[in-house]
Design a protein around this ligand. Sequence first.
Ligand SMILES: NC(=O)c1ccc[n+]([C@@H]2O[C@H](COP(=O)([O-])OP(=O)(O)OC[C@H]3O[C@@H](n4cnc5c(N)ncnc54)[C@H](OP(=O)(O)O)[C@@H]3O)[C@@H](O)[C@H]2O)c1
Length: 288
Amino acid sequence: MKRVFITGAQGQLGLAIIELLKDKQEYELYLTDSRPDLEGIIKMLDITDEASVKSEILSFYPDIIINCAAMTAVDLCETEKERAYAINALGPKYIAKAANSIGAKLIHISTDYVYDGQAQTPYTEEAVPNPISVYGSTKLVGDKFVMDYCPKASIIHTSGVYGEGKNFVRTMLRLADEDRKIRVVSDQIVTPTSSMELARVIVYLMETDSHGKYHATCEGSTNWYEFALKIFKIAGKEPSVEAISTSEYPTPAKRPMYSVLDNKKLREVHGYTMKKWEDALEEYLRRI
Ligand SMILES: NC(=O)c1ccc[n+]([C@@H]2O[C@H](COP(=O)([O-])OP(=O)(O)OC[C@H]3O[C@@H](n4cnc5c(N)ncnc54)[C@H](OP(=O)(O)O)[C@@H]3O)[C@@H](O)[C@H]2O)c1
C-alpha cells in the first residue's frame, strides 16, 4: 500500500483527487488543509509553518506528496503580498525539503500565470516564465524552491481550474439564475480545465517516474465570453450576456492576455492526452 499525503485537500483540486483515490485499496491517504473538516478526516496543516510541515510529513512518512495548497485569490495577492509569498513560495519550499529528506515523490501544482501572456502560440514547458502579477511571481518562486530542494519533483502547470468551490462556471450559473445582465471579457484567451480532468493526470503521474515541469490543461482554447456562452448552452440557460474588453473590466491584478499551454511533455513522453475543454465542461455540468 502506498501512503499519499495531500495538502490543500479541501480545495477544488484536492477534492477531485480524493474522489479518485478514496476507494482505492492500494492507497492510504493523509489529508490536510488550512481548515480541518467537520468529520476529522482532513487535518489542519498550515503549510507556512515549517516545523509543522516537517513533523506531519515525517510522522506519516508518505511515498507520495501532492501539494494542492495555494493562495489562489489572484487579486487579493496584490494587496497581501507577504501572505501570498508565504503560501505560494515558502510553503512549497518547506514541503520540498521534507519530501526530499525522506525520498518521497513530490507533485507540486503551479499555474499558467507564470507566463506574461504575450505569446501567440501555446506555451510549451521550455517557454521562459515572466509573471505579471504577485500571484504569478510568488508561484514562480515556489516552483524554483521546489526544484532546488527536491530535484526529482514534478511541477504541474495548469489553468482556468473549476470544480467544487468558487469558480467561473458556478459564478456564471448563479448570475444566470439571478437573472442578472452578465458582462464577460472576450479578449483574454484561456483553456478552462476541470479539476477532475487535472486530478486524473496527477493520479496517472503518481505511478510514473515523472519529474520536472509539465503543462496539464484541457485541450483547445477559448475566451471567457465564449466559455460563458458554452456554459449557458450546455446548462440550457439563456441570460443576457455582453462581451467586453479587459480595459472595461479593470482588476487589481493583471491577467495574461494569451494563456494557452501546450501539454507537450505529457503527450510526447507519456502519450497522455487530456479531454477537450468542451467535453470536460459537459462532464462537469452533468455531475453538478
Ligand atoms: N483555480 C485556478 O484557476 C488555478 C489555475 C491555475 C493553477 N492553479 C493551481 O492549482 C492548485 C490548486 O488550485 P485550486 O483551484 O484547487 O485552489 P483552491 O480551491 O483555492 O484550493 C487551495 C486550498 O489551499 C488551502 N490553503 C490556503 N492557504 C493554505 C495554507 N497556508 N496552508 C494549507 N492550506 C492552505 C486553501 O484553504 P483556504 O480556502 O482556507 O484558503 C484551499 O483549500 C494551486 O496550486 C493553484 O495555484 C489553480
